[in-house]
Design a protein around this ligand. Structure first.
Ligand code: ATP
Length: 376
């Protein structure tokens, strides 16, 4: 049998050349830092998201890449070329704005072909490329409509077609789905990823919506107060958060502050007062006994029942709150140390009576491998 090494993703391959290299970039407005010392490499074909709460600096970083802002410090490279001093129109980049900025008096076809007309391409070529683009975004039969005769989702697709028609190396998208309602947004997320894969253009998207970033991205950068707190694939960010900020920002998490007691291999014993007991947690690196450690576990990893569940960690408590969310129910259990532990149960059976009710004594448990330790 011939063994072949697993294929490296571009960001794992030291020989791969990034399409975008952001090197030590900082930008302040009125002496207030908006982006602080950000370094980031994004590879050809990625769908990369900048994720963070309002004001964290993600739009500023996108505008720096587009050339609408100049950095105070640092360099920006696209396809190996230093673009730091270049104006927007000389960068191999297009930006799709949140408002879509469509021309209201032009038809869909003329909106999409606008960039090519400005380049002076022959009319026949423009017609062919516009038709191709409209087919791709499934708007072939809407070519002669005006933007105000379209739905929000259709306008979004016109804006996308217009951004892609000149085949930029890089497309920057500022909250591209923000104007759509929830159902349409979920549908459009998949559509946008499919189109991105088909055109093979690198996308960088700004969003404050963690589910959106998780669903769509090859990798994402989580930002806070102008800094990047972690870069990783959605799985890395969710299952292996690097610090308390990222753990708390993405999804729900139970956190227990404690101190390291002893370590056997990669299982660390931690005394956590709020849990009222010792907890066992998987930690790959050595931790000095006595150091502060936060043990964290996601609610869907916590088993809940009347009997002690299997697992390395078991705690007894009282059910204080139950929230029925349709697909899952969320239980809050108060344990002896005072912590309120969240556990999530999937509602497998339609109309089934809840297994526990308010005030019931119950157990929660989880494996050391399903929890993570945070030292920062
Ligand atoms: P949002 O999701 O609300 O758009 P954001 O994460 O994209 O937020 P930025 O728009 O990058 O954040 O703003 C980062 C910080 O820089 C904010 O405090 C903002 O007020 C400030 N800022 C951004 N642009 C300017 C500007 N042109 N002049 C002054 N301050 C600015």
């Amino acid at each position: 049998m011939t063994g072949s090494a697993p294929r490296l993703e571009a960001w794992q391959d030291p020989a791969a050349a990034p399409l975008v290299a952001i090197k030590g970039v900082s930008k302040s407005f009125d002496r207030q830092a908006a982006v602080s010392d950000v370094s980031l490499a994004i590879y050809p074909g990625e769908f990369f998201s900048l994720l963070g709460a309002s004001g964290c600096g993600k739009t500023t970083l996108l505008r720096l890449l587009a050339g609408f802002e100049r950095p105070d410090q640092g360099r920006l490279l696209i396809a190996g070329q230093d673009v730091t001093e270049l104006p927007p129109y000389q960068r191999p980049v297009n930006m799709m704005f949140q408002s879509y900025a469509l021309f209201p008096h032009l038809s869909v076809a003329d909106n999409v072909g606008f960039g090519l007309r400005q380049e002076g391409l022959p009319r026949r070529d423009i017609r062919v490329r516009v038709a191709e683009m409209l087919d791709m975004v499934k708007l072939g039969s809407f070519a002669q409509r005006k933007p105000d005769q379209l739905s929000g989702g259709q306008r979004q697709r016109v804006a996308l077609a217009r951004s892609l028609i000149k085949h930029p190396k890089l497309l920057l998208l500022d909250e591209p789905l923000a104007a759509l309602d929830r159902k349409l947004r979920e549908h459009t997320q998949f559509e946008l990823v499919n189109i991105q894969e088909r055109v093979g253009i690198t996308f960088i998207m700004v969003t404050h919506d963690q589910e959106e970033a998780m669903t769509m991205s090859t990798r994402m950068a989580v930002m806070n107060e102008g800094r990047i707190r972690q870069i990783g694939t959605p799985v890395e960010i969710y299952e292996f958060p690097a610090n308390r900020f990222v753990a708390g920002f993405i999804g729900a998490v139970n956190q227990f502050e404690g101190r390291a007691l002893a370590q056997a291999g990669d299982v660390l014993q931690v005394y956590a007062e709020s849990a009222g007991t010792e907890l066992r947690v998987h930690v790959p690196q050595a931790v000095v006994a006595g150091s502060p450690v936060v043990v964290a576990v996601r609610p869907e990893k916590v088993r809940l029942g009347r009997e002690p569940p299997p697992g390395d960690n078991r705690l007894q408590g009282t059910v204080e709150e139950i929230a029925y969310l349709g697909d899952v129910s969320v239980y809050h259990l108060r344990v002896a140390g005072g912590a309120l532990i969240e556990a999530q149960l999937t509602n497998h059976t339609r109309g089934a009576a809840p297994p526990l009710t308010w005030g019931d004594r119950a157990w929660v448990g989880w494996n050391a491998d399903d929890a993570f330790a945070l030292v920062e």
